[in-house]
Design a protein around this ligand. Structure first.
Ligand code: NDP
Length: 486
């Protein structure tokens, strides 16, 4: 039995097509389960090709309508209003997010929902300042560019930060004048369902924002559809690869934010107090289910034992359990399937020579819910699967290193390249090492600090393209260059 009762009621989730909630034509639904209690929260309409066709048809029609022709300031005001309405409904959205994902309610409230609203406020401001290029070529010609929306964009998202990641794509897509079909993850459908209505309430015309619920096949129906012009996808690397194949015949524009196995490198001259405090967050925030979590920790040998002693002691203090309890640090993993995946790595670790310094098992005494104890593993070889593969749970591996060269070689020995953190008191070393890490985002003496104007994304198998500010606008915009001969 969980400690806190909630007044916000979970919702059944319907598709949102042409400004209306609609069930599937064939009436098919699936159950939405609360991962902290294993209780059924409600049902979700399961979309097939028919619903995807209808949603894309509505988006196609709307791309010719008033949305793209709307004066910029009016469109910007609508985006601002969406952000305002998200904040007005913050408590409700935060509760739905927590019921769906199992993450602590304080985290949904202060990170997921706040940042979701800010995504709209940011792009409402940003869109006003976007200009076009112009060049005078001697006395021969003037060249200038005009931009237009890409068209109908498919937005496909994972379950770890459902509203935050959906708004991170939806806000710039709308700001640039596109129409969209969203596909939230099947395990976290509730906040996207509310978001669709919020868009209409804020003044977005019917057909501009559409949403279809369902499984991978529903996503695949969007990515292979000839009337979709671009796909913005966040999720696993293997899914990205499948989407690339599906989108190839119709040559869609693609933006991919994929998996990661991010290093956290700690040099002996770093401020230990800061290291421990932030490493606790970068390891276990959101149950370790953040693509930016630093799950491979490398510590300079001279402070290896001191670091482990302090880090293990602080990790043991973390409170795991009821997501509605304000004192909870670590909630439930998102689904049974994901819980089983994380447990399979905990089974594997000792077989690979690993030792658990804490954790390594489901939360003791919990009869219901997908709770795993925060886990620190040492003694693993650099080629073990636990060190190389994305576990995406509250599980970190710690390895010692002796030299800068050695740690860089290990850090870059992966097909992932999303983010990295490094800790040092030596400014020269900080710049020297940061410049050699093969990752799209690198933090020095911090983690998770973001400015939405900066490029966000990964290299190698962690992504294609970047999101954020001008980078998002580039993706959601087509340019024509116009030349006038003088
Ligand atoms: P998945 O790739 O399994 O799913 C993501 C979305 O894609 C879901 O909506 C899913 O549908 C849908 N989908 C599945 N198969 C297909 C397909 N063939 N065609 C089109 N759509 C499809 O990722 P998870 O939901 O498991 O999310 C975890 C992953 O996301 C991790 O790898 C994590 O690193 C990554 N991630 C990356 C981030 C980044 O910025 N780089 C940020 C956050 C997460 P459904 O699941 O409903 O069946």
């Amino acid at each position: 039995m969980l400690a806190t009762e909630t007044k916000v009621k979970p919702i059944d989730c319907y598709h949102y097509i042409d400004g209306q909630y609609v069930p599937s034509k064939n009436g098919k639904t699936f159950e939405n389960v609360n991962p902290a209690t294993e209780e059924v929260l409600g049902v979700v309409s399961e979309g097939g090709k028919e619903e995807v066709d209808l949603a894309i048809k509505a988006a196609r029609k709307a791309i010719k309508g008033e949305w793209r022709k709307m004066p910029l300031r009016k469109r910007s005001a609508i985006l601002r209003k969406i952000g305002d309405l998200i904040l007005e409904r913050k408590d409700e959205l935060a509760m739905l997010e927590t019921l769906d994902t199992g993450k602590p309610l304080w985290l949904s409230t202060n990170v997921d929902i706040d940042r979701a609203a800010y995504n709209f406020h940011f792009f409402a401001d940003y869109m006003i300042s976007v200009g076009n290029e112009a060049y005078q070529q001697d006395d021969i010609a003037i060249h200038y560019s005009v931009s237009r929306p890409v068209g109908v964009v498919g937005l496909i998202n994972p379950w770890n930060l459902p509203l935050l990641l959906m708004t991170w794509k939806l806000a710039p897509a709308l700001a640039a004048g596109n129409t969209v079909v969203m596909k939230p993850s099947e395990v976290t459908p509730m906040t996207a369902t509310v978001l669709a209505q919020i868009c209409t309430d804020a003044g977005v015309p019917d057909g501009v924002v559409n949403m279809v619920h369902g499984f991978g096949e529903t996503g695949a129906a969007i990515t292979s559809h000839p009337d979709v012009d671009a796909i913005a996808f966040t999720g696993e690397t293997v899914t990205g690869s499948a989407i690339m194949k599906a989108a190839a015949p119709t040559l869609k524009k693609l933006s991919f934010e994929l998996g990661g196995k991010n290093p956290n490198i700690i040099f002996a001259d770093a401020n230990m107090e800061d290291v421990i405090e932030t490493t606790l967050r970068s390891s276990f925030m959101n149950q370790g289910e953040v693509c930016l979590c630093g799950s491979r920790i490398y510590v300079e040998r001279s402070i290896y034992n001191e670091f482990l002693e302090k880090f293990v002691a602080k990790t043991k203090e973390l409170k795991v359990g009821d997501p509605l309890d304000p004192n909870t640090n670590v909630g439930a993993l998102v689904s049974k399937e994901h819980y089983n995946k994380v447990l399979s790595y905990l089974e594997l670790a000792p077989q690979e020579g690993g030792t658990f310094l804490t954790g390594g098992k489901p939360l003791e005494g919990s009869e219901k819910g997908y709770f795993v104890e925060p886990t620190i593993i040492t003694g693993l070889g650099r080629n073990s699967r636990c060190v190389r593969e994305e576990i995406f749970g509250p599980v970190v591996t710690v390895l010692p290193f002796d030299t800068e060269e050695e740690v860089l070689e290990q850090v870059n020995d992966t097909h992932y390249g999303l983010s990295a953190s490094l800790w040092t008191g030596d400014l020269k070393r900080a710049h020297r090492v940061a410049g050699q890490i093969e990752a799209g985002m690198i933090w020095i003496n911090t983690w998770f600090l973001r400015d939405l104007r900066t490029p966000f994304g990964g290299m190698k198998h962690s992504g294609i393209g970047r999101e954020g500010g001008a980078h998002s606008f580039d993706f959601y915009t087509e340019l024509s260059n116009i030349t006038i001969k003088l």
